[in-house]
Design a protein around this ligand. Structure first.
Ligand SMILES: [Zn+2]
Length: 292
């Protein structure tokens, strides 16, 4: 069935098979579990970044991700493109935007690719507004997405950027609550008023937080297999996705980093159905949420 993937980090969305096609000798063995965000960052720095060293490499990683989505019959893709990848394009934000636009055009017959401006919460402030505003004004991006360390991150510095993005009709997304507690989710909602929360699964610990998500009409873009790989949830049976769904929150199911979690979107739908977490009809309704 056609699917939408709306929580995806573009250059990390490929497959191990296609990675080895180009980098046959790459030492790329996934761990059993990343044991938190630090473990994931460590893996990216040591394994991904040692392979991805040139502009051509980055473009290969991004194309691999788009092809991987197409192979899984993903027809609609909202994927964050990390703004710091500008370093591979002679630090020219214009060249960076041009490449993303080329990718949109190249694959447009097969996939509706809507890039989000991806920003790490610790991205340098002097570049944040300069490059962020150029990206927003370019018309190439459909959304803005912030991620990185969840607790103790000062998201107030994104407030005016988010307001400007909203004015320009970009979708606003913030990663929070994969590991961090309910108060951090509430704080992000109060400060940034995002359209979408990436993860937000810890909200299931508090009725008050779930109500706040519901009242603000915020969608949760959940990545169940990623949560397990990251060590935030033990297994699918214990995943709070069902509780969030039963509370009436609009949810979607997504890949996050398919290359690092070695799992397709179809696999995740199938697992949730096989383990009786959702019926076929429920899965189908959730599938449709990604297109709205
Ligand atoms: Zn993510």
């Amino acid at each position: 069935m056609p699917k939408g993937d709306v929580h995806n980090h573009l250059h990390l969305g490929g497959s191990i098979k296609s990675l080895h096609k180009k980098y046959a000798n790459a030492n790329f063995v996934l761990p059993q579990n990343y044991d938190g965000l630090d473990g994931l960052i460590n893996f990216i720095e040591n394994k991904v970044n040692s392979i991805m060293q040139t502009k051509e490499d980055v473009i290969y990683f991004m194309e691999m991700s788009l092809k991987n989505s197409i192979d899984d019959n993903v027809r609609y893709l909202e994927a964050s493109v990390d703004i710091d990848l500008v370093r591979f394009f002679d630090y020219s934000i214009e060249k960076f935007i041009e490449e993303i636009d080329k990718l949109k055009q190249k694959f447009k017959a097969e996939i509706d690719f809507r890039p989000d401006i991806g920003i790490n919460k610790h991205y340098k402030l002097e570049n944040l507004y300069l490059n962020g505003l150029i990206c927003i004004n370019s018309g190439v991006f459909s959304g803005i997405d912030i991620y990185g360390k969840e607790a103790n991150s000062d998201v107030s510095r994104f407030k005016s950027l988010f307001e400007y993005a909203r004015q320009k009709k970009l979708k606003t997304k913030a990663h929070i609550g994969e590991f961090s507690p309910c108060d951090t989710i509430e704080e992000t909602i109060k400060l940034l008023q995002p359209d979408v929360i990436q993860h937000g699964i810890k909200a299931a610990d508090s009725k008050k937080t779930m109500d706040m998500i519901l009242q603000n009409n915020i969608q949760l873009n959940i990545c169940p297999i990623g949560n397990i790989y990251m060590g935030s949830v033990k297994n699918l049976k214990e995943h709070p996705i069902r509780k969030l769904y039963d509370h009436g929150i609009k949810i979607t199911i997504n890949t996050d980093d398919a290359l690092l979690f070695n799992c397709s979107l179809t696999d995740q739908y199938m697992d949730l159905w096989k383990q009786n977490i959702f019926s076929f009809e429920e899965i189908d309704a959730i599938r449709k949420n990604s297109f709205n």
